[in-house]
Design a protein around this ligand. Structure first.
Ligand code: HEM
Length: 201
């Protein structure tokens, strides 16, 4: 079982870098999203933004559920997901979309390790990383979609970058063995695959 900050001082160097491993396990899936999401097109409209948020909402609700109960660091990620969901609801309301909340669906369960902390760290990697892309989209869309506030995507790039650095630091200090790494890879791939499926890509 993984413990937060479990590496003892002076422990032998790891044979892997968890960030690089998760990145290479998911890069093809990221490319698929980046290349095919309507919201990433140069002519993306407010309608595309609303449709994007409506797909993200149940995905985020499922992730939030899967992250809870795996220790303080992942509880903090879950709370951040709550804050992003609140932004998302306000964005939908501002765009005049007051539709009912979608039913949460569990995120990409895999038999065996889907309840492990390592799997949850992989899911957290996907949701935390998605905010880097969000900052890029915000810069790209803020003028085109003004006066909409795009709260879900907004956030200063410095803050997003600092948050990401902090997350990666914790990830590296927590996923410290091969078994945890395997679980985290499964979680990260499952998080991406779930989203790709929801977008029908
Ligand atoms: C909602 C769907 C998306 C998800 C789940 C997602 C997920 C991720 C993840 C996990 C990372 C961290 C990669 C790493 O450093 O290992 C990342 C980074 C990034 N994403 Fe996305 N992303 C999404 C959409 C997008 C889109 C549409 C764009 C294009 C604007 C984009 C652009 C980026 C950029 C520029 C980075 C930073 C790369 C770097 O600094 O090396 N993402 N994303």
């Amino acid at each position: 079982m993984l413990e937060e900050f479990a590496r003892p001082p002076g422990a032998a160097p790891l044979k892997f870098d968890v960030l690089m491993s998760l990145r290479s396990a998911t890069s093809a899936l990221h490319t698929r999203l980046d290349a095919r999401l309507p919201i990433a097109r140069a002519d993306a409209s407010l309608h595309d933004y609303v449709a994007h948020l409506r797909v993200l909402r149940p995905w985020l609700l499922g992730l939030r559920e899967a992250l809870a109960g795996h220790g303080p660091a992942l509880d903090a990620v879950a709370r951040h997901v709550d804050a992003k969901l609140a932004d998302l609801e306000q964005d939908l309301a501002q765009a005049g979309d007051a539709g009912p909340a979608d039913v949460p669906v569990a995120t990409g369960r895999r038999a065996g390790d889907s309840e492990t902390p390592g799997f949850a760290w992989g899911l957290a990697y996907v949701v935390e990383g998605s905010q880097l892309g969000g900052a890029v989209l915000h810069r790209r869309l803020r003028e085109r979609l003004a006066p909409h506030a795009l709260r879900y995507l907004a956030g200063s790039e410095e803050k997003v970058a600092a948050r990401w650095r902090d997350f990666v630091h914790r990830l590296r200090r927590t996923v410290v063995d091969e078994s945890g790494l395997r679980q985290a890879q499964h979680g990260a791939v499952a998080g991406f695959e779930d989203l790709v499926r929801r977008f029908g890509l």
